[in-house]
Design a protein around this ligand. Structure first.
Ligand code: GDP
Length: 386
């Protein structure tokens, strides 16, 4: 799929930067992207997005210093400067793309406020679907971040064609701070979504046995709401690699997995897809509530297996609420086989419920504190002037 990424805010910019780096490394040319921010230093820190594709907005309001965690100002600046943003997107070229993906951390200010605004206008102007990829904050980041994320998400689900969620708290390790985990979290995120967003592109090895084209991804996401993805990989062992990895911890297992044929290949793919769906999802949730799913298997052509993909699809279908399960494979020059399962239009995700609860409480506290402020000086003493 040919994707136009817009990284909104600091987190969004960093992640789009990584998607472009990955695309260049694989020499695929499937991705293009720009970064939009109210903070100049965040834009300067990017490495792979061309200078001319880094757009600073809100200069007259915040003078390049960012909006802090004020997502209302973030939304206002995006709305005021929407023509400038759309112009930057058009300049980069949109005629051959299959979808837009707007990436942002939903707990902050610029990306949290700007993403729903941008999605609304992209949908108004272009025919291609508009997806959001939002990172939700860990509770330890504080209630304001949760409040911002809940407000942004509640708006976003009505503006984007579908919203993928990556939950920072589910991915950081015990005892690790969210900040120190960003680099690792971003790699995990880009690896997973990279496999999905590159599906359907013809690489050096041609097309797969069961091609997944971009229309199948689009149809899977058609139901809107929020979606999550699962991912699993398995080593592929060539004879030369077997020797090399003999002393590695995986050597025994690798040997057992080598030279698979027929039934074994199918079994390996089914096992991989099961691990992808039952393992850690980008947004942990009750997978049985998904309306639609997409199963993708990518790896060396010799390891691909039509029967394995078919059986995996049936297994996924038996386990989700809906009946629409699409899927296929694509060949990749790699030492791994990767499986990605998209669980689209999720009905129940405890982390989102929790986020909305925290937001409701925070809103009440904000109202109470405003009331306190306004009554504190009432009747106390006369002001100098009215
Ligand atoms: P903005 O620049 O105002 O849009 O705000 P940020 O992007 O800095 O941060 C908003 C949210 O994104 C916070 O909840 C952060 O925890 C999260 N965040 C910031 N940087 C990263 C990052 O590199 N990776 C991930 N996964 N989350 C991040």
């Amino acid at each position: 799929m040919r994707v136009f990424f817009i990284g909104f805010g600091q987190a969004g910019g960093k992640i789009v930067d990584m998607f472009l780096a990955q695309d260049r490394k694989l020499q695929q040319g499937s991705f293009r992207g720009i970064a939009v921010n109210t903070a100049r230093t965040d834009l300067m820190g990017l490495k792979h997005i061309d200078m001319k594709d880094r757009l600073l907005i809100g200069q007259t309001v915040v003078k390049g210093h960012g909006v802090g965690t004020d997502n209302v100002t973030g939304a206002k600046i995006a709305a005021d400067e929407i023509d400038t943003i759309i112009n930057a997107i058009d300049t980069r070229g949109t005629h051959d793309i299959d979808a837009f993906v707007v990436v942002a951390g939903l707990g902050g200010g610029t990306g949290s406020g700007g993403t729903p605004v941008l999605c609304r206008h992209l949908k108004r102007i272009y025919r291609e679907p508009v997806y959001a990829l939002g990172m939700i904050p860990a509770p330890e980041e504080g209630r304001l971040y949760s409040y911002n994320a809940a407000r942004s998400l509640a708006t976003l689900v009505n503006e984007a064609d579908n919203t993928f969620i990556f939950d920072n708290s589910a991915w950081k390790n015990e005892g690790e701070s969210v900040k120190s985990a960003y680099e690792r979290l971003n790699e995990e995120l880009v690896r997973r979504f990279g496999v999905l967003f590159r599906a359907g592109e013809v690489g050096k090895l041609g097309v797969g046995e069961m091609v997944v084209d971009s229309s199948e991804i689009i149809n899977t996401l058609r139901g809107g709401g929020i979606s999550t993805i699962g991912y699993a990989i398995s080593d592929v062992i060539t004879k030369s690699k077997q020797k090399k990895s003999f002393f590695s911890g995986f050597a025994k297992k690798d040997k057992a997995e080598s030279a698979l044929t027929g039934e074994d290949k199918s079994a390996k793919i089914i096992g991989l897809v099961r691990r992808a769906m039952l393992g850690r999802l980008t947004l942990p949730c009750d997978y049985t509530t998904a309306e639609r799913a997409l199963v993708l298997v990518a790896g060396p052509p010799d390891e691909m297996d039509r029967k394995g993909v078919e059986k995996s699809k049936s297994w996924v279908e038996e386990n989700i609420a809906g009946v629409e399960v699409r899927g296929g494979d694509y060949p990749l020059e790699s030492n791994f086989i990767a499986a990605v399962v998209v669980l689209a239009t999720i009905g129940n995700a405890p982390r989102i419920t929790e986020l909305l609860e925290v937001a409701k409480e925070t809103k009440q506290d904000v109202i109470r504190s405003k009331d306190r402020q306004s009554t504190m000086f009432e009747d106390a003493i006369d002001p100098l002037f009215e």
